[in-house]
Write a protein that binds this ligand. Structure first.
Ligand code: PLP
Length: 394
């Protein structure tokens, strides 16, 4: 049996989503911009999908653009606002953002922009004092993620965005909501009313990869990033990916219908896994446990072992999980998120992320509970930091 606990990386396409997409992969293949009658249902499906998603997020259809992924939406937000506001040269973000944001910020630094990377505490909470201090007269954009992909820690977007607008209503606020759309309450007319730009990706909530959303609040100074045809009211060129957009709307509908029951079940399973690990393995801690956290995410810091080793052993048993660290050109870089949280060296390299979805079964979680302690014991026997005689760290 394969056990899939890597849903923050990507999710299975829901059967209902596949079904909704199917006609648009077969007979309804017409270009939604075409004038003839055959294209009308395709155009209607596109606009109906926009309406569904806009409603779900508390916005109006004209404020919602379709893109290829969250990374594109984030790029469109940064480069669109930078080009529309050349007089401001400072950006505020956090040290724990996804590379989609961090790497764009570094590119803008190379182009002469000043960027403040606000830190987090040991639990992953944003440093509010530092956040406030970093806002400047020439701040153009503040970019903060809603939920962290590695730890699941949730940032207080409503509070942060209102601080920004009270400080200077001209500063634009971008929220990377890739991990939270369909999972946490987002109302662009309510709790997210001070958010100007929002990015998300369909494949994180059981739609396919290759489709994303980009909310741009009416009146926001943001130039077109993808220049081309007149699609998306001239604000994002490129023929729309109708089948995937239809699938994304269907995924949002299903998530909304089953949300409460799903979240309860998912949280119950995550907590079961978490307590079992804490009870059966010594020298482990849960990264981000002291902060508001996504109910589907469990980031376990296992001291004195290598995360890559754990993942390899899990994979041998058909268990899919993920580590915080990224393997770059042969050298193992610890996760920038855990580094920002000041997770000790002995645990930073041994962190593993399990992330659940509504398709996660109790049997899958039980499978990990059964195998994980044995894997850690085996790896510790090989660890130079572990004393075999005492079964304790050296
Ligand atoms: N932002 C966050 C928080 C993410 O978790 C991800 C994907 O893992 C992205 C952005 C980028 O999403 P995509 O690869 O679909 O563009």
């Amino acid at each position: 049996m394969m056990i899939y606990l890597d849903n923050n990386a990507t999710t299975m396409i829901a059967p209902e989503v596949r079904e909704a997409m199917f006609p648009f992969l077969q007979q309804e293949y017409f270009n939604p911009s075409s004038m003839y009658e055959a294209a009308r249902p395709v155009r209607n499906a596109l606009e109906s999908a926009r309406q569904t998603i806009a409603e779900h997020l508390g916005t109006q259809p004209p404020e919602l653009l379709f893109t290829s992924c969250a990374t594109e939406s984030v790029n469109a937000a940064f480069f669109g606002t930078v080009r529309a506001n050349p007089h401001r040269k400072h950006i505020v973000t956090t040290a724990v953002e996804h590379p989609a944001v961090l790497e764009v910020c570094k590119e803008l630094q190379r182009e002469g922009y000043a960027v403040s990377f606000v830190g987090v505490d040991r639990q992953g909470n944003i440093d509010l004092g530092e956040f406030v201090r970093e806002l400047r007269a020439d701040t153009l954009l503040v970019a903060v993620m809603h939920a962290n992909n590695e730890t699941g820690v949730i940032f207080p977007i409503e509070r942060l965005a209102s601080i920004v607008k009270e400080t200077d209503p001209e500063i634009l606020f971008l929220c990377d909501a890739t991990q939270s759309v369909t999972k946490l309450p987002i109302d662009l007319n309510g709790n997210f009313r001070n958010v100007d730009l929002l990015a998300f990706s369909g494949h994180k909530f059981h739609a396919p990869k290759g489709v994303g959303g980009f909310f741009v609040r009416r009146g926001t100074r943001c130039r077109t990033f993808m220049i081309g045809g007149h699609q998306e009211s001239g604000r994002r060129g490129g023929t729309e990916n109708v089948p995937f957009i239809v699938g994304m709307a269907r995924a949002i509908e299903i998530a909304a219908a089953t949300h409460d029951a799903d979240i309860q079940r998912i949280e119950h399973l995550r907590n079961k896994l978490e307590s079992a690990i804490l009870q059966t393995i010594s020298h482990v801690e849960i990264n981000g446990a002291g902060a508001p956290r996504m109910p589907n995410t469990l980031n376990v810091a296992v001291h004195f072992v290598e995360g890559e080793g754990i993942l390899y052993q899990l994979s041998e048993l058909g268990i899919c999980a993920s580590s915080g660290s990224a393997c770059t050109s042969g050298s193992l870089e610890p996760s920038h998120v855990l580094t920002a949280m000041d997770v000790p060296f002995t645990a930073k390299h041994g962190s593993v992320r399990f992330s659940l979805s509504r398709y996660t079964t109790e049997a899958e979680v039980d499978g990990v509970i059964e195998e994980f302690p044995g894997i850690i014991a085996r790896l510790r026997r090989l660890s130079p930091y572990w004393d075999q005689a005492t079964n304790q760290p050296r």
